[in-house]
Design a protein around this ligand. Structure first.
Ligand SMILES: [Fe+2]
Length: 185
C-alpha cells in the first residue's frame, strides 16, 4: 500500500471511533495545536536569550523555559484529544520567532500578548464546539485550558507591574519582597 493509500486507510479506521465530531472542530483543533507549538517555540527563544552571558538573567531563563515546556504539553494534550475523537493530526511548519528582546519588561509584554492570542483562539474553539453541540470538546477546553489561561495572564500582568516598579522604585520592590512571610509582632 502506498503512502496515500495508508493515509486513507488510517482515516477510515479513525471513523470507527468518530462520533459527533465535525471536520470544523477537527480543523480548529489542528490550528490550536499549531498556535501552542508556536508559543512553545517563541518561549524557547526568549529563554535562551536570557541565558546569554551578556544578558545573564537566570530567573527569566528558567521562567520562559518552563513556559515553553508548558505550551508543548498543551499541544500534545490537543494531539491526544484529536486521536481520541478520531481526528487526523496535521502538523505544519513553525515560523521563526520574530521578537526583538531589548528588555525583560518587553519580553514579558510580548508573552502577555501571546497568551491573549492563545486565549482568543481557545474561546473561539469553545464557541465552535458549542455551535456544533460538541459537549465533550467544550468540557475538555473548560477543564484543561480556560482557567489556567486566565491565571497565566494574571501572573504575567503582575510581573509586568512588578518589573515596572523595579525600574522606577527598586527599593520598594526589595522592601516588599523582604516582607514576604513576616508578620507584625
Ligand atoms: Fe497554551
Amino acid at each position: 500500500m502506498n503512502f496515500t493509500g495508508r493515509l486513507q486507510f488510517r482515516r477510515l479506521m479513525c471513523l470507527i471511533v468518530r462520533q459527533n465530531f465535525t471536520s470544523d472542530c477537527e480543523h480548529a483543533i489542528n490550528k490550536q495545536i499549531h498556535l501552542e507549538l508556536k508559543s512553545s517555540y517563541n518561549y524557547l527563544a526568549m529563554a535562551y536569550h536570557f541565558d546569554r552571558s551578556d544578558v545573564a538573567l537566570p530567573g527569566l531563563y528558567g521562567f520562559f523555559k518552563a513556559a515553553s515546556s508548558e505550551e508543548r504539553e498543551h499541544a500534545t494534550k490537543f494531539m491526544e484529544y484529536l486521536n481520541k475523537r478520531g481526528g487526523t493530526i496535521c502538523l505544519e511548519a513553525l515560523p521563526a520567532p520574530e521578537f526583538e528582546f531589548t528588555t525583560a519588561k518587553a519580553a514579558l509584554i510580548e508573552a502577555l500578548d501571546m497568551e491573549k492570542t492563545v486565549n482568543e483562539s481557545l474561546l473561539s474553539l469553545h464557541a465552535l464546539a458549542n455551535k456544533h453541540n460538541d459537549a465533550h470538546l467544550s468540557d475538555f477546553i473548560e477543564t484543561h485550558f480556560l482557567v489556567e489561561q486566565v491565571d497565566a495572564q494574571k501572573e504575567l500582568a503582575d510581573y509586568i507591574t512588578q518589573i515596572e516598579r523595579c525600574e522606577k522604585e527598586l527599593g520598594l520592590h526589595i522592601f516588599d519582597n523582604d516582607l514576604k512571610g513576616k508578620d507584625l509582632h
